[in-house]
Design a protein around this ligand. Structure first.
Ligand SMILES: Nc1ncnc2c1ncn2[C@@H]1O[C@H](COP(=O)(O)OP(=O)(O)O)[C@@H](O)[C@H]1O
Ligand SMILES: CC(C)(COP(=O)(O)O)[C@@H](O)C(=O)NCCC(=O)O
Length: 327
């Protein structure tokens, strides 16, 4: 079933209308698209995908993410044709620049998993063997700077990032720079690692994943608006779910990290490794309610209607509904 729909536009943002730029596809319709696709995945690829997360359901990969990777490969080809038209017009011989995809959504909604699956799938398509993935946490200010600015309890809020540096990074990649460097954030030490960086060398596709990648441009002191990160995106995806589900996923992930990353003495959260189920639930809920949920409500959710594709997940992480922008 394909419906014209408007829920991608957040109520209250002044854009309500009977007309909508989105078309809604239910899972069946979307999944049927995969029947016509010759899968670029072999057995080895499937085993590798499973390694990305124990819970990753391979039907989900086939029915949801494979058609999505096909759609994206069509967009990449179309962008290549547009690029060729521009170079013909200019009488130049410029080579294509990377196709940039933004992946947005709340903490714990599954952005990283979605981005990693897409990376694997896209790299199987003939036109896009080289896919790089960058997360925006590398652009958080280091903890000492966050402390100085009084932002340690606001990690993930737009002001906790060096937004100018992030914008310059994506703009340089999109402009075709040979080598672009980004800082690296460790979830273990909960801080930027000074002597480590990410180097991006003209990939076919760059996926930029992060809470605020669809945030609108900032208004400068002189009242003029600058560029937004999404001005450099060729495609964008918002991963969506009910807030109560995301809260549950956040708590579950936190609890399972007790025997994983938190067990490492170097972990910033090492003191949480020995918490009981009830204690860890309470601690995780505290962080969720104090930092991540307010950020979702104030900054992340309002950007949903700016995405080109909204994927809505159910409690079991299965994507049930897709809203695709027609324009
Ligand atoms: N498609 C999926 N199937 C099953 N579990 C998933 C899926 N996507 C995410 N998860 C689980 O949900 C939690 C949050 O996912 P993650 O990708 O780390 O979120 P984010 O990057 O948005 O913080 C993790 O525990 C992850 O294993
Ligand atoms: C590092 C994050 C801000 C996510 O950053 P992103 O890659 O989305 O830019 C987030 O995972 C986080 O650590 N939030 C702070 C609160 C918490 O510990 O959950």
């Amino acid at each position: 079933m394909v419906n014209e729909t408007n829920p991608g536009v957040t109520p209250g943002n002044g854009a309500e209308s009977n007309f909508t730029p989105f078309v809604e596809l239910d899972r069946q319709t979307w999944a049927r698209l995969s029947n016509e696709i010759t899968s670029p995945l072999g057995l080895e690829d499937i085993l590798r995908l499973r390694g990305l997360g124990d819970e990753l359901n391979l039907d989900e990969v086939r029915e949801v993410y494979l058609p999505l990777s096909r759609l994206l490969s069509l967009y990449v080809a179309a962008a290549g044709e547009l690029h060729a038209a521009t170079t013909t017009f200019l009488g130049e011989q410029r080579t294509r620049t990377p196709f940039v995809i933004g992946v947005a959504g709340s903490v714990a909604v599954g952005k990283s998993t979605t981005a990693r699956v897409l990376r694997e799938l896209l790299s199987r398509w003939p036109d896009t063997p080289n896919v790089e993935l960058v997360t925006t946490d590398g652009f958080l200010y280091p903890n000492d700077e966050l402390e100085r600015r009084g932002l340690m309890q606001r990690k993930g809020f737009p002001e906790s990032y060096d937004r100018r540096r992030l914008l310059r990074f994506v703009s340089e990649v999109k402009s075709g720079a040979d080598e672009v460097r980004a800082p690296w954030y460790s979830h273990l030490t909960y801080n930027i690692v000074p002597d480590r960086e990410v180097v991006v060398r003209r990939p076919d596709v760059l996926i930029v994943e992060g809470l605020n990648v669809l945030a609108p441009a900032r208004t400068r002191a002189d009242g003029r608006s600058g560029l937004a990160l999404s001005d450099f995106f060729d495609f964008s995806i918002y991963v969506d779910a009910k807030t109560s589900y995301i809260e549950q996923w956040y708590v579950q992930r936190f609890q399972s990290l007790r025997s994983g990353a938190f067990a490492n003495p170097q972990s910033y959260f090492h003191r949480y490794a020995s918490l009981t189920d009830d204690e860890s639930r309470e601690t995780a809920l505290g962080i969720w309610k104090r930092i991540n949920e307010p950020n979702l409500m104030a900054n992340v959710l309002p950007t949903r209607g700016r995405a080109q594709l909204v994927l809505t997940k159910e409690a079991d992480h299965s994507v049930r509904r897709m809203l695709l922008r027609k324009t």
